[in-house]
Design a protein. Sequence first.
Length: 274
Amino acid sequence: MVIRSSKIRNHFLILTLLIFSNQVLSQNECEELIKNNQCLDAIAACSTLAEGNDPNAQIALSRLYSGTLYGDFRRNYKKAFQFMEAAANQGNTEAEVAMAEMYMRGEVVPLSAKKAIPWYEKAYAKGDVDAINGLARLYRYGSGVRKNQEKAFEYYQMASLKNHTRSQVGLGMAYRDARGVKKNLIYAYAWFSIASSKIDDDEYRQYRKTYEDEQENLNRDLPQCEYVLEGKSFGHIFAVGYGKQMLKDLKKRLSVKQIRKAEALASELRLTIE
C-alpha cells in the first residue's frame, strides 16, 4: 500500500511538471512568435492559454488584436477589450493599468476618464508606478476629477522617488512651470537630469536611428506586431528623450553656477530614489 501511494504521488508530480512545462513553453512560444513578427501564428498560440485564463497570454492576445498593423489584418477591439478585462479581473496589475489606459486613449473603447480611475486605483493600491503616474496625469489635466495641481505634484513625486522616468520628467515640468509647487528651475533641471541620464546621448541617438530605419524599410504588405509588447520600453525611451530636450532648453536659461548647483542636487536626489 505504501509503495502504491508513493507511485501515485510520483505519477501526479510528473504529470504536474509536464503540464506546467507545457504552459511555460506555450507562453514562451506566444511571446517569441510576437517578437519574430509571426502575428497570426502568435494569435493562435496565445489563444490556447488565454482561453484557459492565463493572464499573461490574455494581455498578449489583447495587444495583438489592438496593436497589429498593416497587411490585411483587421483590428478587433472587442476581443482586445474582453481579454484585457479578463486578465484585469484576475487582479493582474499590468492589465489593470492597461484597462485604465484604454479608457484614457479612447481607441479600444470610448474615452472615459471616470472609468479609468477605478482601474488606476486598483493598481495604485499595490504600489504600481505606472498607476501612480496615471493618477498624476488625471489630476494635472482635470480628467475625470477636479483639477488639482498640488495632488498631481504629490503623485509625480511619489513615482519619481520610485525611479519612474515619465514621472521624473513630469516632476521637472511641475517645478519649471509652477504647477502644484513653487517655481524652481534648479529642481526642474535636477529631475530632468536624472531622467535623461538613464540613456546616454550616443545610445539614444542609436535608438532613434534604428527605429527610423526600421520604419523606412517596413513591409506594410504584411501584418506587423513585433513591438506590441514593448509599450513600457517605448514610453521610457520617449520620456528620456523628452527629458534631454527639456534639459537642453533649461541650460539656455540658467547660469553656470546654477547648473552646477542643479547637478549637485541631482546627485543628492539620486540617493533618495529606490
